[in-house]
Design a protein around this ligand. Structure first.
Ligand code: Q0Z
Length: 262
């Protein structure tokens, strides 16, 4: 029997290894990406913070939906997960109109087939949260799709289930955050199916890499909102006049320290 973990995938800031047929090891690095480029300077402890946030939310939401988390390793950055058959859609819930949702709304008045009120401004709260699925792009950006397209990819019954659960999760977590002065603008969830055919929440959940968190006390609709975790890095990169193509710039100590303090 071998204990060697086999590398099976790389994300921008995370690595995925197979432990055996049933278990994966998800490792969050200290890398940081901005404007879609991974920067050469790590943020010490960022991987542990990301892993801890996911573990916190998996524990808090397990009554709503089972999740893939089996164990948190002592290094704080690695988690053992149940290996699932992942659904081929990103399950995005938006309570506020921003990012690609804002782009689509400005172009068409709709997001993923949801007709929205006229006259919304950037970052405005929506009348109610909407489920806005997207394709999983192998390279480049995920593409927003309407409910019919998403239901075609996962089946109508599974679509209805993930829509209901994703909206429930967003409602629960956004209420929790809002009571603590934080707006959860939107979130991207990934679900899989276990060998018994049950829906399971996988990947990472409610981290700043999968969600937009905004400080409620400075919320000002009508433009983009500052990012909770990456604003120091973004501001520094804008100051530099970097063209936002790889390779990204090294970060000075004060920008690393400012980001760590978030
Ligand atoms: C997650 C990803 C990462 C690269 C596959 N429980 C699971 N079962 C099966 N597959 C996955 C999971 Cl989480 C799975 N990804 C995304 C994560 C590096 C890709 F850390 N891909």
């Amino acid at each position: 029997m071998s204990d060697a973990a086999v590398h099976v995938g790389s994300g921008k800031v995370r690595e995925l290894y197979a432990l055996d047929d049933d278990r994966l090891l998800l490792v969050a690095s200290d890398r940081i990406s901005t404007f879609d480029v991974v920067l050469p300077t790590p943020i010490p402890d960022k991987g542990r913070v990301l892993t801890g946030l996911s573990a916190f939310w998996f524990a808090r939401t397990r009554e709503l939906v089972p999740n893939h988390l089996l164990a948190l390793h002592d290094d704080g950055r690695s988690t053992e997960c149940r290996r699932l058959e992942m659904l081929p859609i990103e399950c995005v819930v938006r309570g506020y109109i921003t990012g690609s949702g804002w782009k689509d709304y400005r172009a068409t008045g709709e997001v993923c087939g949801h007709a929205l009120p006229e006259g919304l401004v950037e970052s405005q709260q929506l009348p109610q949260p909407i489920f806005t699925p997207a394709t999983k792009a192998q390279t480049g950006h995920d593409e927003n799709i309407d409910r019919e397209t998403a239901a075609g990819l996962v089946g109508a019954e599974r679509f209805a289930e993930v829509e209901r659960i994703a909206l429930e999760l967003y409602g629960w977590v956004s209420d929790h955050a809002r009571a603590r002065g934080i707006i959860l603008a939107d979130t991207k969830l990934e679900f899989g199916v276990d060998p018994q055919g049950r829906l399971v929440l996988g990947d990472e959940a409610f981290t700043p890499d999968s969600s937009r968190f905004w400080p409620a006390d400075s919320y000002a609709p009508g433009g983009p909102q500052p990012s909770f975790d990456k604003q120091f890095v973004r501001d520094y990169c804008e100051e530099l006049g970097w063209d936002k193509t790889a390779p990204g710039p090294e970060l000075p100590d004060d920008v690393v320290a400012g980001t760590r303090a978030c």
